[in-house]
Design a protein. Structure first.
Length: 399
C-alpha cells in the first residue's frame, strides 16, 4: 500500500445524504399536484412574503397548480422569521387544519414554514425546543419527536435554507436566534421554476447569492467537519456562483437565476457536513438586530475575517482558490489572492463595504461582539476566537 492509500484508508467519516425530490425547469410546476397527491395532501397552505399579493400572477400560477388542494395563504412572512410572525402562522395552520405546507419565496418563507410546523406539532414554546449549551458547553438539540407537516418548497432566491433541517427564529425580546432542528422538516419536494423567478428583485437575488457564496467559503475553510463529498459540493457551488452571480443582466436572465438556486441547493447539502465561521456568526448577530440582509453583512465582513484567519485556513483556502480558477499559494499570498477575487465579485455586485453604510452604529459593536460569542458556529472558525475583543477588532476594521 502506498502512502496516499494509507492516508485515504485511515480516514473515518460519514456522509448520509437525505432523500430529495427536485424538479427543475419550465414544466416543473405541473408536478406540484402530483407531489401533493403522493403525500395524500388535500389541505396545503402556502407561505409567502407580503410582496406576493393574492392577486399576483406568480401566486395565481402556484394556486392553479395546486387545484382544490390549496386551503389558504399565510402572506405575512417577515425577514429573519421573528417569533410573533411564526406564532401567527401556527395559529393559521390550526384554523385551516392544514396537512402540508408550501413555502414560496426565499429563506424567510422557508424557515417560517418549517418553524411553524415544528411549533404546531410540538405545542411548546421555542425556547424549550431550541438548541442550547449545557454546563460543559456541549450543544444539546432536543429530540422533536412529533410528526411534522410535509414541506414542499418553491424557492425564488438562492438560499441554502431550501434543503436544511434547521429553522432559526429571531426572538426580539431576548435578541437571540432560537435554532430549532428537526430532520422531519426537510423538504419533501423542491421545484425550481424559471417563470416564477422573475418577480424577485435583483437585489434580493444578489444578497442571497452572496450569503451562499460566503457559506461555501466558510464551509470549505471550517476546522470542524467536511469530507471529500461535501468538498465537491461546495467547490462546485463556488464555480457556479462565480460564473452566474456577477451577471449584468441577472434581472432578466432566468436561466442564470436557476443556476444560482441549484448552487444554493449544493451549498446547503455540502454545509450539512461542515462547520461555519466568524462571518456567519456576525451575520447572525447583526442581521436580525438591525434588519440587514445577511448577504450585505457577509460582503462587508468576509474580507476582514479572511485576513483574521491568515495562515490558519490554508488547506480550505486552497480549495476555494482552485474553485475560483486561481493558482495555489500559502499564507498571506493565498489569503490576499482569494480576498482580491472576493472583493472584485462583491464590487461588481455593488455590495456595501462598511458596517456604517448599512446602519450599524459604532456604539453597538461591543454588544454585538459579546452576543456573538455564544453562537456555536464560532467553534468552526479556522483560527480559534478566544474572546469578544477579537470579534470587536474585526468589526472595528469593517466599520
Amino acid at each position: 500500500m502506498n502512502k496516499r492509500q494509507e492516508v485515504v484508508g485511515t480516514r473515518s467519516f460519514q456522509h448520509i445524504t437525505p432523500p430529495l425530490r427536485l424538479f427543475c425547469g419550465p414544466e416543473s410546476l405541473g408536478k406540484l399536484g402530483r407531489e401533493l397527491d403522493r403525500l395524500s395532501s388535500q389541505r396545503a397552505m402556502i407561505f409567502c412574503g407580503e410582496h406576493f399579493m393574492p392577486s399576483s400572477e406568480p401566486l395565481k400560477l402556484v394556486k392553479s397548480a395546486m387545484g382544490e388542494r390549496c386551503v389558504g395563504i399565510f402572506g405575512e412572512v417577515l425577514g429573519h422569521s421573528p417569533l410573533e410572525s411564526v406564532e401567527s402562522a401556527v395559529q393559521q395552520l390550526k384554523e385551516l387544519d392544514a396537512d402540508a405546507v408550501i413555502a414560496f419565496g426565499g429563506g424567510s418563507a422557508i424557515v417560517t414554514a418549517r418553524a411553524a410546523s415544528i411549533l404546531l406539532a410540538e405545542n411548546d414554546h421555542p425556547r424549550n425546543l431550541c438548541t442550547s449549551r449545557d454546563e460543559s458547553g456541549k450543544l444539546i438539540s432536543p429530540k422533536l419527536l412529533a410528526p411534522k407537516l410535509p414541506q414542499l418548497i418553491i424557492p425564488t432566491t438562492p438560499t441554502t435554507a431550501i434543503v436544511r433541517a434547521g429553522s432559526a427564529i429571531f426572538d426580539p425580546e431576548s435578541g437571540q436566534r432560537l435554532a430549532l432542528y428537526d430532520p422531519k422538516t426537510r423538504a419533501h419536494s423542491v421545484f425550481i421554476i424559471p417563470e416564477l423567478l422573475k418577480a424577485t428583485p435583483g437585489a434580493i437575488i444578489v444578497s442571497a447569492g452572496i450569503n451562499t457564496f460566503t457559506m461555501a467559503i466558510e464551509g470549505l475553510t471550517s476546522c470542524t467537519g467536511g469530507d471529500p463529498i461535501s468538498d465537491a459540493l461546495l467547490m462546485h457551488t463556488l464555480r457556479l456562483l462565480a460564473q452566474y452571480l456577477p451577471n449584468p443582466v441577472l434581472a432578466e436572465d432566468l436561466a442564470a437565476r436557476s443556476e444560482l438556486i441549484l448552487a444554493a441547493v449544493l451549498c446547503g447539502q455540502g454545509t450539512d457536513y461542515t462547520g461555519a465561521g466568524m462571518t456567519t456568526v456576525l451575520g447572525h448577530a447583526i442581521g436580525a438586530s438591525f434588519k440587514v440582509e445577511n448577504g450585505a453583512v457577509n460582503a462587508i465582513v468576509l474580507p476582514h475575517v479572511l485576513r483574521f484567519n491568515t495562515g490558519a485556513a490554508d488547506i480550505g483556502l486552497q480549495k476555494v482558490a482552485t474553485s475560483l480558477g486561481l493558482s495555489v499559494a500559502k499564507g498571506e499570498a493565498l489569503t490576499k489572492m482569494v480576498i482580491d477575487v472576493v472583493e472584485e465579485i462583491f464590487g461588481v455586485l455593488g455590495a456595501p463595504k462598511r458596517l456604517r453604510d448599512v446602519g450599524v452604529p459604532h456604539e453597538a459593536l461591543s454588544d454585538i461582539a459579546a452576543q456573538a460569542m455564544s453562537d456555536w458556529f464560532l467553534g468552526g472558525n479556522p483560527r480559534p476566537v478566544r474572546s469578544s475583543s477579537e470579534l470587536l477588532q474585526v468589526m472595528e476594521e469593517a466599520w
